[in-house]
Design a protein around this ligand. Structure first.
Ligand code: NMX
Ligand code: MLT
Length: 473
């Protein structure tokens, strides 16, 4: 428990003092407290009993404490603002944005190990943090990187399952089908069939999750090469880290693209539990469906245009702006184009959010990456112009709760700059990254013995009758 506490203590300390020097002192302290154990699974083994006791105590001492009121608006309005899920790996603040185990994105960029040639966090380090609540050492990250590389073999029937689909099928359909085919090797399913005791559920879940995280980049790269590079697959390079190897298998060996991929995978990994993909993964997992079944379901949610598909929609929309008005479009023309989109009954992709009420820090760090590496890119300049034009228009519309950009408003122009121009593929990258967050939580779901998810639903008749009763009381 000391480490979970220490990460949130670190963030409290950081927001109180707000100074870089105190952060690095605290992190040094944290790392000194960290075990030198290189084996992630044995670290989890040590942490689980403390967390189980903590949950038991919460339940027995505070189980009846109220967390808020449920209104009719919430029931009709997609449960917005309704607290109803336990999700340990990250927490979203409407104004500050995401914190992974208590650490904001800039904090992760400072404290998580980077590649020798790079500055952005290695996704393996983020995975370690999500799973344990501890900032890993370089050695721990290297060990996890090697472990993942050793688990990455994908059986031929997975490729055959993808090949059974037309190559014109949406990349998310091909990717999710590949993940379903990976399920054949589920350790959890095997263990369950042979009668494993429930106290041990987390162990085969851990194996499935690490295997899945290791294999999804291989499947995703296969889909990309099949669709856009005549099926000319590139074998994995085990000497590379997770992000760099994924970039390599896609066919992008530029060092900057590898850095972008590390940043991309880190920031898209987790966004607390209520977003459509995370919630779906958790819901399906709560039926004791194994991690492959749960994650494939999550991907199908991610493939919706109001969720992860928005990154595809943003680049296509930006390209349509350029096609119609040119790259040097004025702010006035851009404003007209935004109104035209809204008036034709469409959303402006990449803007708005179900929880956030300020600019998404994932947008901010991508903007910083662009300012550092591609300040003169014309599409980046258009994205910057949109940041000035769109929020006032959405505010004028009068109903949008958050007029500011989200993560998807920026990712496409960065990928496009380095040559990954096929926008329909972008949500697959989001999916690869999200495996880190959803799988980390699935391991904790099983370790904590979390319950089958089964909320109550009601009909309009029921709501009307209830409201009548309340107003006449
Ligand atoms: N463009 C046009 N209308 C919008 C937008 C937008 N970007 N954002 C919200 N609205 C509308 C929304 O459709 C709703 O209209 P109506 O009452 O007619 O149904 C109204 O404003 C109120 O919606 P909110 O309460 O502000 O937003 P909500 O929580 O319902 O939805 C999103 C959140 C993210 C679905 C919404 O902002 C949206 O559709 N954004 C564009 C798509 C997008 O970028 N999605 C990616 C989100 C991040 N991710 O990766 O998942
Ligand atoms: C996400 O990363 O899942 C999106 O920002 C959507 C959300 O959090 O609701």
């Amino acid at each position: 428990m000391v480490f979970f506490r220490s990460v949130s203590a670190l963030s409290r300390l950081r927001s109180r003092v707000g100074q870089q020097s105190s952060l690095s002192n605290s992190v040094r302290w944290l790392q000194m407290q960290s075990s030198t154990d290189l084996d992630l699974k044995s670290q989890l083994q040590d942490l689980i009993p403390e967390q189980q006791d903590r949950l038991k105590k919460l339940k027995s001492e505070h189980g009846k404490v109220q967390l808020g009121n449920i209104t009719v608006d919430m029931v009709i309005g997609g449960m917005r603002g309704m607290t109803g899920l336990l999700w340990e790996t990250s927490l979203l603040d409407a104004d500050e944005g995401i914190r992974f185990r208590g650490l904001s994105i800039p904090e992760c960029q400072k404290v998580l190990p980077a590649a020798p040639s790079g500055a952005e966090p290695l996704p393996e380090g983020l995975l370690w943090l999500l799973l344990t609540g501890k900032v890993p050492s370089k050695e721990q990250v290297e060990a996890l990187s090697k472990d993942l590389a050793s688990r990455a073999a994908v059986p031929d029937y997975v490729y055959n399952a993808i090949d059974a689909l037309p190559s014109t099928a949406h990349p998310m359909t091909q990717f999710a089908s590949g993940v379903m085919a990976l399920q054949v090797q589920s350790e959890f399913q095997k263990a369950y069939e042979s009668g494993i005791h429930k106290s041990k559920f987390w162990e085969p879940t851990y194996e499935d999750c690490l295997n899945l995280i290791a294999r999804v980049p291989v499947v995703a790269a296969y889909v990309y090469r099949r669709m856009y590079k005549n099926g000319d697959s590139i074998p994995s390079d085990k000497s590379l880290d997770y992000g760099a190897n994924f970039s390599h298998m896609l066919g992008f060996d530029d060092e900057k693209m590898k850095e972008l991929m590390r940043l991309y995978i880190t920031i898209h990994s987790d966004h607390e539990g209520g977003n459509v993909s995370a919630h779906t993964g958790h819901l399906v997992g709560s039926a004791l469906s194994d991690p492959y079944l749960s994650f494939a379901a999550a991907l199908n949610g991610l493939a919706g245009p109001l969720h992860g598909l928005a990154n595809q929609e943003v680049l296509l929309w930006i390209k349509s702006v350029v096609e119609e008005c040119g790259e040097n479009i004025s702010k006035e023309q851009l404003k007209e184009y935004v109104w035209k989109t809204l008036n034709s009954g469409k959303v402006v992709p990449g803007y708005g959010h179900g929880v956030l009420r300020k600019t998404d820090p994932r947008y901010v760090c991508q903007r910083e990456f662009a300012l550092k590496h591609l300040p003169d890119d014309p599409l980046f300049q258009l994205v910057s112009k949109l940041y000035e034009v769109v929020p006032p228009v959405l505010t004028e519309l009068g109903k949008v709760k958050n007029p500011w950009p989200n993560v998807d408003a920026h990712s496409g122009v960065l990928l496009n700059h380095y040559g990954l121009t096929e926008a329909r593929y972008y949500t697959v990258l989001f999916g690869v990254s999200r495996s880190l967050g959803i799988c980390s939580q699935l391991i904790w779901d099983r370790a904590l013995g979390l319950a089958l998810e089964r909320p109550k639903s009601v009909t309009m008749d029921w709501l009307e009758a209830h409201c009548k009763k309340v107003s006449s009381a």
